[in-house]
Ligand binder design. Sequence first.
Ligand code: SF4
Ligand code: SF4
Length: 288
Amino acid sequence: MAGKIVILSSEGSTGRTLLAWKLFLTISSRREKMVHLLGYDLQKPDLLPVLDAKDIKTSDIHIQVPRVDKDRCRFCGACITACDCGALHIDRSIPALVTDPEKCEACGDCEAGCNLNGISYKQRISGQILHYHQDNFQISIGTADEREEFLLPLICSLNRMVNTEHISICDTGPGMGGDVLTTLRDADFAIILVNPEENWHRKLLPLTDNLREKNIKYGLLVNKHRKESGFIEEVEDTCLRESIPFLGAIPFDTQFEKLEKTFDQKANDPEMESIFAAVWDRISLVVS
Ligand code: SF4
Ligand code: SF4
């Protein structure tokens, strides 16, 4: 099978990055398809340690941030209509035409939409994509400064690297903000991580509501399971009741809690290897 698989969680520290890495190792060891691991968690790129500095290709991502000329703007709203992202609005209390960096993809449509030359662009670098590849896999990790507000152009750059003929495993940030929603574009499946804790089901609602609305298939995967009594059964029952695939349970394991700089799946614990293989088999059944 081929497809874009995105790993989601309602909050941080759920083990998304490690899970993305282990799943990537499991799939790439089968050598059935080109496998692409993509790091979309731009301001917390925890995947970076897996890359070996000497073989990495780094690309700067240049963006054009819209800049409004206050002397020319007549607040006619034509640029707002031209923006498909809903990233512009008029703040009448100032008054000013305001760009929302959490929605702007720096596409350039608003400049063309203004007949009064009220918008120009300021060119700058918003971040980098680090890229590494071997014959059967590739890794692309986006990074941006913590102060960078315009993250979507970098996410869109990563999206353009996704090849529909390959298996793409995407590590995102937590929650369901604009960056995660943009990562989910053209996704074939989402893995939602569930950690054993109270109210786990309620915390997932913003994620599952969005996925249903976007018609993206998803399944639940328990992570960091410490043999909490009845927890797996509770998640399984929910999956059965709501017709959601249950993908399995990854035990908490201190050996597992680190990223190794090895691309050899055989270097991993055989039990863990078989658990990840079973998870991937279940995902393949749903996606194909
Ligand atoms: S189209 Fe031009 S004049 Fe009209 S609101 Fe936008 S920037 Fe201002
Ligand atoms: S650059 Fe594109 S996304 Fe950003 S405000 Fe202009 S039209 Fe909207």
